[in-house]
Design a protein around this ligand. Structure first.
Ligand SMILES: NC(=O)c1ccc[n+]([C@@H]2O[C@H](COP(=O)([O-])OP(=O)(O)OC[C@H]3O[C@@H](n4cnc5c(N)ncnc54)[C@H](O)[C@@H]3O)[C@@H](O)[C@H]2O)c1
Length: 337
């Protein structure tokens, strides 16, 4: 049985990934390391808490002594690294935590893995020859697009927020460990995820929650910002595929070819709610209000996922219209409690 370290597995994407990975990979015992910041919640992984191949550890990826001890104890064969500060708005009001967790935390994990797995550049210890470090990153590192064009793996990095800059920094450190030490790393850069278990602060949960509470539904600026929305389980499947079949040192973009602007999103969610949970009178759309735009708000992100589709055979199973139905149902159940 191999031990795999999953960081950030009590957050949104990690908590969707953990049960999926445990089910699909009986050869692994999974250790979920999470600091349980405001964004982490063990309720997100309740379905696996008693699983024989699952262990939860609370701790900070920035604490190098703690991380070294953990690697010694579990002799991790592989790492899939999700943990991060992830909310752009928070990175504008408090950037320091983003630099610490996303840059320093990633460095700590990577360097500890290198020391456990390797004796010198390109030389792996026996038993760790196939060990892999998978870094989960974002398309936001590429900056913003105009009306046309797509982010490719070769698009130059141009991060615009402290969040995306910190993720870009972590991607560069991961890249350097391949080129300098010959370490077996893979990075995936994904577009905006949506689906169950996302924190209340994010756009789609906010729309649903405010709508059913009868509050105004805040939309930034004119609502024309475009994101390429991907159902979270499709992202998890892409990560698993790149982790298992991706080429060392490569990066893979993951995106669902589902570009939608915020106006479309809010209209669509309100229309679904009008069907599923009709108001006494009128539509949830009446609650939409436009608020002052986020500073430096990127206009458009869109992913060209050709590389992972062609080279690894990945394909999104959901389109936005199918995924959003499941998502609204899930939050209606959550907010009913
Ligand atoms: N959400 C998206 O749309 C999206 C898209 C592309 C890439 N990503 C990337 O995917 C990863 C996961 O994103 P998410 O949306 O699930 O984030 P999230 O904020 O929901 O979860 C992050 C998790 O990391 C944990 N964490 C934070 N700081 C930590 C620390 N110092 N030590 C240990 N654990 C810590 C938190 O407690 C939380 O459980 C991030 O690296 C993010 O950059 C997210």
């Amino acid at each position: 049985m191999k031990n795999i370290l999953i960081t950030g597995g009590a957050g949104f994407i990690g908590a969707n990934f953990v049960p999926y990975f445990i089910d699909n990979n009986p050869e692994y015992h999974l250790v979920n390391l999470d600091l349980l910041t405001y964004a982490g919640n063990l309720d997100n992984v309740k379905e696996v808490e008693k699983h024989s191949r699952y262990t939860f550890v609370q701790g900070d990826i920035c604490d190098s002594n703690f991380i070294a001890t953990l690697f010694q104890k579990f002799q991790f064969h592989d790492v899939i690294h999700f943990a991060a500060e992830s909310h752009v708005d928070n990175s504008i009001s408090g950037p320091e935590a983003f630099i610490k967790t996303n840059v320093l935390g990633t460095f700590n994990l990577l360097d500890t893995a290198r020391k456990l797995w390797m004796s010198a550049p390109n030389q792996y210890h026996i038993g760790f020859e196939n060990s892999r470090f998978h870094h989960v990153s974002t398309d936001e590192v590429y900056g913003t697009l105009g009306e046309t064009g797509l982010f490719e793996e070769t698009t130059p990095y141009a991060p615009n927020s402290p969040y995306s800059a910190s993720k870009a920094g972590s991607d560069m450190i991961v890249r350097s460990y391949f080129h300098t030490y010959g370490m077996n790393v893979v990075t995936t850069n994904c577009s905006n995820n949506y689906g169950p278990k996302q924190h209340d602060e994010k756009l789609i949960p906010t729309i649903i929650r405010k709508a059913i509470q009868g509050d105004s539904i805040p939309i930034y600026g004119d609502g024309k910002n475009v994101r390429d929305w991907l159902y979270v389980l499709d992202h998890c499947k892409g990560i698993e595929l790149a982790f298992k079949k991706g080429k060392a040192g490569e990066t893979y973009n993951i995106g669902g070819r589902n570009e939608r602007n915020n106006l479309y999103i809010v209209d669509k969610v309100c229309a679904i709610l009008d069907e599923m949970k009709p108001k006494a009178s009128g539509s949830y759309k009446d609650q939409i209000t436009f608020v002052k735009d986020r500073p430096g708000h990127d206009l458009r992100y869109a992913i060209d996922a050709t590389k992972i589709e062609i080279e690894l055979g990945w394909k999104a199973d959901e389109n936005f219209e199918s995924g959003i139905l499941k998502t609204v149902e899930w939050y209606l159940r959550k907010y009913a409690n």
